[in-house]
Write a protein that binds this ligand. Structure first.
Ligand SMILES: [Mg+2]
Length: 148
C-alpha cells in the first residue's frame, strides 16, 4: 500500500492539487498498483483536496477525520481500509517529527523526502517557516542519534 503526504511531497505548501509532474507520477502509480492501493494522508485534509482526488483519481482514498501525524491513526486507518498489515504500507513524507515519527509508531515503512517541493515565491513566510522546521527536526534527530 502506498500512502502519500501532500504538502511538500505532491506540491508546495498550501496548494490544493498536485504539481503536473506529480499528477503524471500518481497516474503511473495508480496504473501499476491499482487505485485501491493508493492513499493520501495529509495533516491538512482540506475538502478542496478531497474533491480533487475524488474527481481526478477515483478510487484513491483521501484519509480524513483522524488525529494528525505523528499520531499513527491515519496509517492505522490505511491498514484497516486496505486489510493490509502495517508492514505492507509505505508512507512518503517530508517531515521527520510528523510523518516519519507516525510510521515508527504505526510500524509501517517510510520514504523520507529530503528535497520537498517548495515555492518561496508563492508563500515566502509559510515556506520559510517549514524550511526552518525541517532543518531543526533534522538537527534534533541527529542530536538524538549522537546521544544514543
Ligand atoms: Mg509534508
Amino acid at each position: 500500500m502506498l500512502a502519500l503526504d501532500f504538502d511538500g511531497v505532491l506540491a508546495p505548501h498550501g496548494e490544493n492539487r498536485p504539481l503536473p509532474e506529480c499528477e503524471a507520477w500518481l497516474a503511473r502509480c495508480v496504473a501499476a498498483l491499482g487505485a485501491e492501493r493508493v492513499f493520501i494522508l495529509s495533516n491538512r485534509p482540506d475538502p478542496a483536496r478531497a474533491a480533487y482526488f475524488n474527481q481526478e483519481f477515483p478510487g484513491v482514498r483521501f484519509i480524513s477525520g483522524v488525529r494528525k501525524k505523528p499520531y499513527p491513526d491515519g496509517l492505522l486507518r490505511v491498514a484497516e481500509l486496505s486489510g493490509a498489515e502495517t508492514a505492507r504500507i509505505v508512507l512518503l513524507d517530508d517531515r521527520l517529527l510528523t510523518g516519519v515519527l507516525a510510521t515508527c509508531l504505526a510500524g509501517t515503512g517510510v520514504v523520507y523526502i529530503t528535497a520537498p517541493y517548495v515555492s518561496f515565491r508563492t508563500r515566502p513566510v509559510v515556506e520559510g517557516f517549514f524550511a526552518l522546521i525541517r532543518m531543526l527536526e533534522r538537527w534534533y534527530v541527529a542530536l538524538l542519534n549522537a546521544a544514543a
